[in-house]
Design a protein around this ligand. Sequence first.
Ligand SMILES: Nc1ncnc2c1ncn2[C@@H]1O[C@H](COP(=O)(O)OP(=O)(O)OP(=O)(O)O)[C@@H](O)[C@H]1O
Ligand SMILES: [Mg+2]
Length: 287
Amino acid sequence: MSTTTIPNVVSIAGVDPSGGAGLLADLKTFSALGAYGCGVVAALTAQNTCAVTGVHTPPTEFLQRQIDTLFADVSIHAVKLGMLGDAAVVRTVAERLAHFSPPDVICDPVMVAKSGDTLLAKSAIAMLREALLPQCFMITPNLPEAGVLLGERAPESIKEMYRGAERLRELLPTSSERWVLLKGGHLPGNELMDLLFDGDRMLELPARRVETKNTHGTGCTLSSAIAALLPQSRTGLRPVEAAVRTARAYLQRAIADSGALAVGHGHGPVHHFHALWAQRGARTHTQ
Ligand SMILES: Nc1ncnc2c1ncn2[C@@H]1O[C@H](COP(=O)(O)OP(=O)(O)OP(=O)(O)O)[C@@H](O)[C@H]1O
Ligand SMILES: [Mg+2]
């Protein structure tokens, strides 16, 4: 892809009608960060900022048709995987990715919503590990997800996160470049730490916790930001590290500015367009 081309990025994920997480949040993120957003619906949810009250999964033949029809026409530069729901969905997505082998597949192994509701059947974990992870360029689990993927207790300290990131890297092919971003948002305290590991260098990415309830879709937003930025970083130095750092900075601002929105009564969304709408506001004031 030339540096002047706008990348086409697809999210394969669930729909959250409140727009804070899932496919809708992914498209906002792509749009805010200079990528053209496409979307394949892997699940419909009935959801707001407080709870998930229902999940409807499309038949796998229709899921396959969505993917095949899109990929037959549009050149895809990166893929973000979010909520996949159950083993049949995971298997279908894995099969179609194996068929099309798109670059830069970023998998956010979504298992539980911020509200505590389950988003991935337990029976899908083995399929995820065996069929999907080998095709992923990067995985972005949080600490409970890391525990489930590794079949052990979730890491409870930075030291245990180091070991977790190393073991997660072993779930990805060792013969080519692959990355683990282990998110430490679930550890207590005001200093947050994510770890970025490629099997060789462990990067500590610290951040200060923003005091807010508005963390609905932070994980969705971060993985989508990376998918949008990776194809645009490819010509620079340390492209993966650069994309992840920029994605995290974008998310931190989106969390910090989330108070500008008034959406729901539970965990509200982050402000995906904090930079763009601030400019518009400034222009309006000077007119
Ligand atoms: N309150 C906060 N302030 C600043 N950064 C945060 C906050 N909460 C989470 N983060 C950061 O947001 C990113 C996503 O982390 P988090 O642990 O929330 O993911 P997640 O559990 O997958 O989220 P989700 O529930 O949306 O799936 C991480 O980089 C984490 O460090
Ligand atoms: Mg998550």
